[in-house]
Design a protein around this ligand. Sequence first.
Ligand code: MG
Length: 394
Amino acid sequence: MMSTCVALIVAAGRGRRFGEGTPKQYLDIGGRPMLRHALATFAAHVGVNAVRVVIHSDDRELYDIAATGLNLLEPVTGGPTRQESVRLGLESLAGSAYDTVLIHDAARPFVEAGTITRVITALVKSPGALAALPVHDTIKRARAVSDPVTCVASTVERTNLWQAQTPQGFHFSDILAAHRAAAGESLTDDAAVAERAGLLVQLVEGSRENCKITTAADLYRARRRQSEAHAAVRIGSGFDVHAFGSTGTGICLCGIPIPHDRTLVGHSDADVALHALTDALLGAVAAGDIGRFFPDYDPQWRGRESAFFVRHAVSLVHALGGEVMAVDITIFCESPKVGPYRLAMVTRLAEILDIAVERVSLKATTTEGLGFAGRREGIVAHATVTVQISPPVK
Ligand code: MG
């Protein structure tokens, strides 16, 4: 059994020193609330099974905007300090059977998938791991006096000094116990809570991009960087097959019902074209596949209209700063004839994707009677999408 990992994003702080009246984690960076950047990165990461956010009780409406379209666990309310917020977040997950937890601050919106991967990988062997950077600057300790001029007391030996970032990851039961034991103390990060409990915590490479937005100048730099960022184009491809079942009255292709004397077998509405399209969209942002988000053993997706899966994938693309540029779908099918429905299908696809119809291409072919599609045993669909995406999402 693969170990399961939950991400706990801490966003309960009040930080209003930016003068905009809104807590900083909800301020706009590149057209999206700061919190949404990290949420999208964790939600898309193939090593993360679930995401929960710890919010302030006043922020539910702001949270709902930041989380729009993402498939997250219900948020929970934090406490007066960061440490207490994390503890409450962990308590809310007690008994949920996650093996590991990644704790991350919403004020680090530019965390990269690679950093998350390094922390998860370290947890295979270590009880704890955190993203960090070695210190290259010389570090001074100032004199603790109330002089108008700040003076150096000493120079700190920088050998072996690292700057802690988040995510910080732990085996779930260990860190929950450590947080319970440290409740009421004031430790500045979760690694310190783990250290206090005697857990070995591994340092893994963080990144300069993964900086904490603390001051108005940090926010200004983050916004400027977003506006200067050059878009990149990603390509995703998806493939799906569904078998014909017994006799029936029709099938669903690209969201359009087509009369036929047989049905397609599947857990949802078996719309093979929309399943391939969903996989292509997820593929373009390296977010795994349709089964990861909508497993066919989960009864809640039974008979579900497949447009729902496509829309979820589009939400994830948008949350990562992406825009769907073009879609090209090929259906391999001997019967029924797809041609008469092509216009309706393209129109429906454009509607589901919320893009212009001229960006949607749909082709159908037979396989000249060869193979299972040729023998009319099922239908094959292949989809390719291009997504334009802005850095820093990599
Ligand atoms: Mg399918």
